[in-house]
Design a protein around this ligand. Structure first.
Ligand SMILES: Cc1cc2nc3c(=O)[nH]c(=O)nc-3n(C[C@H](O)[C@H](O)[C@H](O)COP(=O)(O)OP(=O)(O)OC[C@H]3O[C@@H](n4cnc5c(N)ncnc54)[C@H](O)[C@@H]3O)c2cc1C
Length: 307
């Protein structure tokens, strides 16, 4: 992750001007505010602003006149109850705004989460940086044989080297052609140069883009439950993992409840529950007698660590 000296200076300046406020603030998140947390080779996620804290969830749930908090243990109990029973609107009272730098193919997955406010860097207005995501060798994997949406073992030897070379060379060549078509850097006076909004279509999907992304705590948890999950693609999961760290700093009680009741939990279907009950009663249950599909049975046995 490379920041220019000017960008670093802007962050320093923003961090050097504390202001007094009556609004609740969270010291652990204030410590992270504006600081880029590196993700992938050139990406980052940084918290730009936030509204509310754990107490704001409690305050909204109790529709209270003051801060709404009682003893910490009672507040934690209430937040855990809300999380367990999917009582979502108190969590919508808190908001957070991130600045994210991410490869375009990751952005395409991310943007599917519609319950956020987004403003992306304009490649019609500005020239994109010459920065491409190139996977670390251990993440350069083959197509999974068992999961059409996943990857298997890492490529090795000559094939890995050749793939890395192609990713680097193709991205560089396309970017060089982009720069040539723009005709902006050391311009050739004999050429007009292609408009930025057209020249960008030649760029590869591993080129980095940036956006501001604002969402409420409820929808952030929805995003994290899908994207910090083992089924999510590695390249978006690492962003979600960095954001989990900011969640922990911001709303530690909600974070702990989220790990217990969402991220680390599974939902059992009625037939799954029936199979578990029969096993607990001492019956030997296999896939055929469980009446679960092969896939569901695999998910159940993996969750119960029986495989
Ligand atoms: C592992 C994985 C694989 C995926 N594969 C594919 C794929 O192959 N192809 C593909 O297209 N997508 C794919 N997706 C994207 C997925 O289908 C969702 O679009 C994405 O995860 C956003 O989820 P969401 O709708 O819950 O989030 P949000 O858009 O943030 O919505 C949150 C909730 O708000 C409500 N909501 C928001 N907007 C509307 C609306 N317009 N109408 C009604 N309700 C609304 C819904 O209740 C929704 O659940 C994949 C996602 C994951 C995690």
């Amino acid at each position: 992750m490379q920041l220019t000296p000017e960008q670093r200076q802007e962050i320093e300046t923003a961090r050097s001007r504390p202001t007094e406020t009556l609004r609740p603030t969270v010291p652990a998140l204030e410590a992270l505010l504006f600081q880029p947390l590196p993700v992938l080779d050139h990406g980052f996620v940084r918290v730009i602003d936030y509204l509310g804290d754990d107490a704001a969830v409690v305050q909204a749930a109790r529709v209270s006149y003051g801060r709404g908090t009682k003893r910490v243990s009672e507040d934690a109990g209430l937040i855990r109850y809300l999380m367990r029973h999917r009582h979502s609107t108190p969590f919508e009272m808190c908001e957070i705004k991130y600045h994210v730098k991410l490869p375009i193919f990751v952005a395409r997955q991310w943007i599917r989460h519609r319950t956020a406010n987004v403003n992306e860097y304009s490649a019609r207005y500005s020239v994109l940086d010459r920065e491409f995501y190139i996977p670390a060798p251990e993440h350069l994997a083959a197509q999974s044989a068992t999961n059409r949406q996943g990857r298997g073992a890492a490529l090795g030897g000559d094939e890995a080297e050749r793939v890395l070379g192609l990713l680097r060379d193709d991205a560089s060549r396309c970017y060089d052609d982009y720069a040539w078509m723009l005709n902006e850097d050391q311009p050739d006076p004999a050429r007009s140069g292609l408009a930025r909004e057209l020249a960008r279509m030649n760029l590869t999907l591993n080129t980095y883009t940036q956006w501001y992304w604002k969402t409420d705590l409820h929808n952030l948890l929805g995003f994290l439950s899908l994207r910090a999950d083992a089924h999510a693609q590695h390249e978006i999961r690492v962003y979600a993992e960095a954001m989990l760290g900011t969640l922990q700093a911001w709303v530690p009680i909600t974070h702990a409840a989220f790990l217990d009741y969402r991220l680390g939990a599974i939902t059992l279907s009625a037939p799954m529950l029936d199979a578990v009950r029969r096993m607990l009663a001492g019956e030997t249950v296999d896939q055929a007698s469980s009446k679960l599909s092969k896939r569901e049975w695999g998910e159940l046995t993996a969750a119960l660590r029986m495989d």
